[in-house]
Design a protein around this ligand. Structure first.
Ligand code: HEC
Ligand code: HEC
Ligand code: HEC
Ligand code: HEC
Ligand code: HEC
Ligand code: HEC
Length: 367
């Protein structure tokens, strides 16, 4: 069904439900034409919520975890992580709740006119407000509960509501306060929320994690850096090896998914049919190709994400014995007494250093 059709249907359902209109009386191409003026938050919407909703939806534990007493909380989320109002969207939960009439919400809105106003305000009028709202003290004080970063966290990391006053390009808009003077090129840049930018590791992985921890004992930090940077045995791997990497802030599975961050292994960890597991109880990785799950490797190896050794163990016995025991992928068996690996593995020099680290733990055996 097209968005338009669904939207008309939803309106019809709502109107019939309220007994005020029948669908045939509605100009379904433009059901809202009779409300000419722009809906205003202060004049039209705030009184509806104040009279009909905030008895249940305000205070320290509002119904559905959703507070309808200020424009900033209205734009936040309730029981799930998605904001309940998405500018321009007829699917905004705030609207759906009324139109579908969950519980007694269709009655609680009071009248069909109120539903129409709410619809027009969200879908057509971009949540228009007529009086500027000035932030509570301290949007720039990192230690204040009103720090703007904290405010964004509280909104499940959505910055949609900021755009209302700070502009769709974050360049200031009606507030005349540009986000981009501090966030280059704008706050949706990955490193606004991830890592120290270029300082610790090249792509902005934690640390710090999303709670600003930097010690490797926190699961959000863990062994990110050692995976992302060059070490003795590898030149590092990319985020894609362990996560589905979003292209944009609002991509599916990114900020609107449940915590913690999803670990989704790429082909490398699955090499040779391995079925890698990120164990969220023990915080270990099991059955990962990279850590020994290959024919002659140490299949039991389960390195701990938060307990890693800054001087990683030599290859033996962590990932494979020296030389490996048992048959390799092609059925080859190393002689147990062999020690000069470089005779056959040309990527090692005679001091056991990799000549090209990018070819170790890449899924292919170089000989
Ligand atoms: C008598 C109490 C009561 C009144 C009045 C009330 N609600 Fe609710 N509302 C609830 C309860 C309880 C829930 C949580 C259960 C649910 O989701 O149905 C809820 C949930 C919601 C949600 C979903 C929140 C989320 O994110 O899960 C929205 C949106 C909502 N209400 C909007 C409104 C609006 C708009 C009004 C005023 C027209 C209103 N409510 C009036 C009790 C009320
Ligand atoms: C209703 C309008 C409105 C909304 C919504 C809004 N702001 Fe603002 N913001 C302003 C105005 C007006 C100012 C300038 C006056 C002031 O400092 O209070 C401002 C100032 C700021 C400042 C200080 C800028 C500086 O240069 O010192 C920050 C930071 C900020 N806002 C962040 C945010 C964030 C983050 C959001 C979204 C969560 C947001 N704002 C949503 C209106 C808004
Ligand atoms: C005057 C400079 C300045 C302005 C203007 C500004 N920010 Fe920030 N922002 C900062 C600083 C400083 C931090 C904290 C960095 C840190 O914690 O390391 C930050 C942090 C953030 C974070 C990350 C929060 C976290 O805890 O990781 C987000 C998201 C963000 N800002 C969005 C915005 C948005 C959206 C606007 C505009 C509405 C804005 N900022 C305006 C300086 C600014
Ligand atoms: C070797 C695998 C691996 C690589 C590579 C990796 N991550 Fe992670 N990442 C993890 C694990 C494991 C967690 C912890 C998940 C959990 O808490 O269940 C995690 C968690 C996270 C978190 C959540 C932090 C928090 O505070 O909860 C973010 C954000 C993140 N990674 C971003 C990245 C980015 C960006 C990159 C690339 C620059 C990257 N990761 C590379 C394994 C990896
Ligand atoms: C406004 C803050 C913010 C910005 C900007 C941001 N992220 Fe995230 N990112 C998060 C949060 C919050 C999570 C944890 C989501 C969860 O718990 O599932 C996350 C998780 C991740 C993860 C771990 C996998 C996952 O989705 O859970 C990766 C990888 C990642 N982000 C990469 C990026 C990239 C690449 C960009 C830039 C295109 C980016 N992020 C921009 C807040 C942000
Ligand atoms: C006589 C030649 C020879 C020597 C010496 C040798 N290897 Fe190998 N190695 C091979 C062959 C052949 C394979 C199998 C390639 C295949 O199956 O595709 C192999 C495979 C491997 C593998 C992959 C095992 C698997 O199951 O996929 C590792 C790890 C390895 N060797 C380590 C070593 C180490 C460490 C040394 C030195 C102690 C060493 N090799 C010495 C010939 C040698």
């Amino acid at each position: 069904m097209s968005t338009n059709k669904l939207r008309k249907l939803l309106l019809c359902i709502s109107l019939i439900g309220l007994g005020a209109f029948s669908c045939s009386e509605l100009d379904i191409n433009n059901p809202l034409t009779y409300i000419n003026d722009k809906i205003s938050y202060e004049k039209d919407i705030k009184p509806i919520f104040a009279n009909r909703c905030i008895d249940c939806h305000s205070g320290s534990s509002p119904a559905g975890n959703y507070n309808l007493s200020s424009i900033l909380t209205i734009m936040g989320n309730g029981t799930d992580l998605k904001p309940n109002v998405i500018i321009g969207s007829p699917y905004s939960l705030l609207l759906m709740k009324i139109i579908i009439g969950d519980d007694n919400h269709r009655e609680w809105i009071g009248s069909e006119e109120n539903t129409q106003k709410l619809y027009k305000w969200i879908v057509e009028d971009s949540l228009s407000i007529s009086e500027p709202i000035v932030h509570l003290a301290g949007p720039m004080d990192v230690d204040s509960p009103n720090f703007h970063g904290q405010d964004i966290r509280n909104k499940a990391w959505s910055m949609e509501s900021c755009k209302l006053c700070h502009g769709t390009d974050y360049n200031g808009g009606s507030s005349e306060g540009s986000c981009n003077k501090c966030h280059d090129p704008n706050p949706e840049e990955c490193t606004t929320c991830h890592g120290f930018g270029m300082l610790d590791n090249h792509l902005g992985a934690p640390p710090p994690d999303l709670s600003n921890n930097i010690e490797t004992s926190f699961r959000g930090v863990g062994a990110h850096t050692i995976h992302m940077t060059e070490g003795d045995n590898s030149d590092g791997i990319e985020c894609e090896s362990c996560h589905i990497v979003p292209q944009n802030l609002y991509d599916d599975g990114h900020i609107f998914s449940e915590e913690p961050a999803e670990v989704v292994f790429s082909y490398l960890a699955h090499n040779l049919g391995a079925e890698p597991i990120w164990d969220t109880e023990t915080l270990t990785c099991k059955d990962v190709y990279c850590h020994g799950n290959f024919p002659s490797g140490n299949k039991e190896n389960a390195p701990k994400w938060t307990g890693f050794d800054p001087n990683p163990p030599s290859c033996s016995p962590a990932c494979h014995q020296f030389p490996p025991v048992g048959k390799t992928r092609t059925g080859f068996k190393h002689s147990p007494s062999v020690s000069q690996c470089w005779y056959c593995h040309s990527n090692l020099d005679n001091k056991y250093n990799f000549i090209d680290k990018s070819t170790h733990i890449n899924g292919i055996i170089e000989r």
